[in-house]
Design a protein around this ligand. Sequence first.
Ligand SMILES: [Zn+2]
Length: 930
Amino acid sequence: MPKRLRPLVLCLGLVLAGTSMPRAQRNAAPAAQAQDADFAAQVKRWTTRPEFLTPLVDHLPIVPGVPTPKDVLGYHVGVPGKLTSTAEALRYYRALEAKSARVKVLTIGKSDEGRDVTIVVVADEATIRDLERYRGYLAQLADPRTLSDTQARTIIASAKPIYHLMGGLHSAETGPPEMLMELAYRLAVEESPLIRQIRDRIIVTILPAADPDGRDRYVDWYRQHLVGITSERDRVSGPPYWGRYVFHDNNRDINYSQVTMRALLDWYLQWHPPVMHDLHESVPFLYTFSGQAPQNPSLDPILYGELPMFANFEMAQLTKYGLPGVWTHGFVDMWSPGYLAFMSSNHNGIARMYETFGNAGATTMTRSVANAEAGGGGNRTTREWYRPMPPYKEVQWSMRNNTNFMETGVLTALQFTAAFPKVVLENFWLKSRHAIEAGQTEAPFAFVVPAGQADPTRVAMLVNLLRVQGIEVGRTREPLKLTDGSWPAGSYVVKRDQPYGRLAKVLLQKEDYPDPSLRTYDDTGWMMGLMLQVDVASTGDRAVLAVPVDPVARVEPAGALSGAPGAAIVVPDHGANALITLRHRLKGVAVRAAEASFTVGETSYPAGSFVIDTAQAGVDVAARVAAAVAPLGLAAVQLAARPDVATHDVDLPRLAIYSTWGSTQEVGWVRHALDRFEVTYDLIYKERVRKGGLRADYDVILMPSQGSSARRLVYDIDMRGAPLPYTKSPEFPSLGMYGESDDIRGGMGLEGVLELQHFLDAGGTLVTLGAASAMPVEFGLAKTLTTSRPSAAFYAPGPIVQAEITRPQHPLFYGYAKSTIPVRYAGGPWLQVPEGDPDAQVLMRFVGGDASVLNGLLRGAAEIKNVAAVVEQSVGQGRLVLFGTNPCYRWQNHGEFGLLFNAILHWNDRPAVPVPSPSVPPAATAVAGR
Ligand SMILES: [Zn+2]
């Protein structure tokens, strides 16, 4: 490796001082500040090559009375082999707050597991004393509707930008929560011109661990299993869980469903940091995000100048210090709005991101950088125009290297912001103003969510999800008549001439993917109307902006039981997901489902509607139903007589959800949805499956999408190295949650597959979603099915496509009024059903062709024409329901949730079409007569 020149640095930070530095600061003598000699010596030792250390972080000032991280933790940040838990880190931040008037710790929420979610604020003493005033300035710039230019400029002259940093969103990316402690200390105490300028001119906020539950679980796992692994070759699996439900997808939670993500958004909308910078780890050595193509054209073009502006400054500065492998471009694009830090870009700020090289722990090891595994996506060690000094092909890497790179980068970003604080503020104000102006001058001028939609619960959810993001929604008092449409009074209107009008457009309107030859980092489609299967219209009639509306805080549809007491109660099935909640809340009440639509008087009720006899021994049925439907927003109607329609019992299955130990995230999204809708289930793993006797305990086993292949689903984590227990203990209290295993390796194996076969033979129902649907086919549970593969040219990064319901009378489709519905293409197996197979039916299939792509990118859309999307097959006494789609994708495709919920509610109510085999279970024969 070439020897690299070290920059000539005469005095700490002076080389960086801006020319606009006030004289008083210039005269301050940073050299006079006492330095921690032990820190300097240790850090030098832990840094594996001299060029990996920079003048910004090779020293640490000592200020009597103000604790360094080592004073509280017992070690300097970056020490090999040690990770800090959230409680320990919070103890440090609170100790720093107690002794420094430049630091304040805010608690903004609680995690799923009860940990504090905190924000650490660092600024000069006067600013910390007056934080509310500065918060107020940013709030005014964020919504400049009532500000004149003069007023705005007056505010900008007094205001300071908040630069928000966050680490620990991804628990295996362990460096940022360590580095941030040292950063907070350095910002609070160092008197170098660079740090003084940062402290004087901007407010730094730090989220020490964006997923505190995951951080602690990972720290425990590292201490138990990983700390002693010093060879890249011997690295083993991480813990089976980070947070309660998800891993990386906490950075894809577009609807802020997870409580810690939501806590941050709520804080954001109070504090309006113009810059949010998320610290990740993957690719070598430091990638700084510049928002490459494709870019979402609905956001302000200024943003697309700002992103590379920061990134290029950092790349130039860090390269100047001699750090190799600092680069930008060529990795993550600006298309999907669902990343956590994008709450800033989406709200007229700037989302920034680093990926720093990390070892998934604090153990120093030699890393082979040129292989694809090092951060994913292939070799990052080539010289490119955006990577002028590439990373080395092999490197000994330490936690301190990681700290040095990241902290130097962050200080450089803060230096830039402190050099141009008014530019950052002016841009924030202008982007906010432009957003309002765009809504006044560019169609669509508003989105309309029409009143009178059959299912008010999904309408309410859509409106509420917009409100969570701070988007203003109004409700019309009068019927809305515009040149391009008419809608009834009570419709919801999202006017675009508001600060977050651009975000409304991003979420509600179809964005045309700019270039089908461009690949994307993430999902290409997310339109909320399609995902929730709620009608959303847009209008190009500017008159809508003047239509009076009542502001909506939150929509809570009022459910009620209506009509005079009679023999039966009907709860119509218009596709409300809350029907499954209702069934659970009506425990002890017999509930039946209509197998066809029926009419009573003037009113028709769809198939799937609940029919409940009021005369049930020992139960006040009307009172129970009335109490249950009200908070769920469901309508129930009392009928004089039981309707003349075939029904079946909506008996709840004993439900198990199967999870591998090595791929729990998509299982987690399903668990999350079922928990939110109060569906009861057991979470089972290989241990329970291998034990056998599944049919004695369960009626339905649900296998969410998991594993990269059928083989991976069955064999899961490789049997190499030592056993990997995931068990509770006083020493590692975060482990053993959500399930326990003496050894998470090995998967269910063929023994497990055999037990699933026994379960099916004995009358069980196995429901598989997405990728998991390959397993029953490839391991022979679905005897006659096969799968086919798309061509190499096929490319489908999460588009929304049309699917055709081919068996509309099947209970799976209760609540779906249309025969063609939008579904998210999930990349599941292409299931092939042999012609004339009496035991297997296609229930839903993809329409295929370019016209069937409703949102996002799908290259090769013709290939999915008539490909099966849902298949049902009889196996022994039982049955398989295989989804090629994922009807429970994150907290996003609520319009598809009903397919999964129907599979659970009507698990033993398969219609006997065509001719039932002799082995169809008795419950199903009751349905055959209709
Ligand atoms: Zn990450």
